[in-house]
Design a protein around this ligand. Sequence first.
Ligand SMILES: C[S@@+](CC[C@H](N)C(=O)[O-])C[C@H]1O[C@@H](n2cnc3c(N)ncnc32)[C@H](O)[C@@H]1O
Length: 279
Amino acid sequence: MKKFISEIPTNLFEIFLVELNGYGAEIISKDENITIFAIYSEDKDAENIKETILSIFEDLGSGKIIVEEDIQEEDWSEKWKENFKPIYIKPFLIIPEWEIAEPKENQIPIKLKIAMAFGTGLHPTTQLMLSFLPKYIKPEYTVMDIGTGTGILAIASAKLGAKKIDAIDIEKEAIEECKINAWENQVNINCYQGSIEDIKEKYDIVLANLQIEIFEKYFDNIAKLFNKYLIISGIFNNKEAEKIKDFVKKNNLKIIEEKKAEDLSNKEDFWYAFAIRNS
Ligand SMILES: C[S@@+](CC[C@H](N)C(=O)[O-])C[C@H]1O[C@@H](n2cnc3c(N)ncnc32)[C@H](O)[C@@H]1O
């Protein structure tokens, strides 16, 4: 088994993955400039895979293989499984595009072509957000997904039949991911780059899986953007949950449902998610 470790400018990484046409890559480290990643291959395919990687780097005008090593087959297969398993969050089956998983009856498949969200499995806050959607999204509703990232929540809303979905993120790379993943799932989502203050319309449902610092700055703006429900997460531990409860009160809103999930690395802390409406 061969492992090719490569580096590429971060803004080209998603395009590289698309060119790789579904073959998986494991992200080792990533910052705004450089992404370092590994690609694994059976020995018999190694030369072909290496040629493919190098030719994509050549087409993109950037990127290089920095380490090429032989590894034990069992290590490779364990790592692979650990990082790229399909995940079922009722009713959605989230499938990395290169995995084969047949959705069962009543499961709604969401394919993600881009690996970023799968470095350590799907984040608990994303899972909480997804678990709220079947109850609150109705086919006649319009939806805004603030901080869309991979586009996963917008795609899930589209699959539940929402009639118009806009998705915004400040990061250009996120918008590229959102577009690719929307296309991969054959759904119509308007993914665009911008921040919360650029949102000019009101929506029936607003989804916002953000961090407390963003809620501290923008909660009052977000509170004005929805007609029916605001569903939020990204809130860590009691202290942050209390802050959110204060913002909710101050804006004359009401929490109608609360969910929490254990943090994966620290089982004593929880992530929170809230469904909110006007009071
Ligand atoms: C925790 S991720 C959520 C990704 C995805 N919605 C999910 O649930 O898995 C938060 C996203 O919010 C984006 N973000 C941060 N500040 C923002 C802002 N002011 N306006 C829009 N998006 C923002 C980040 O770039 C990031 O992609």
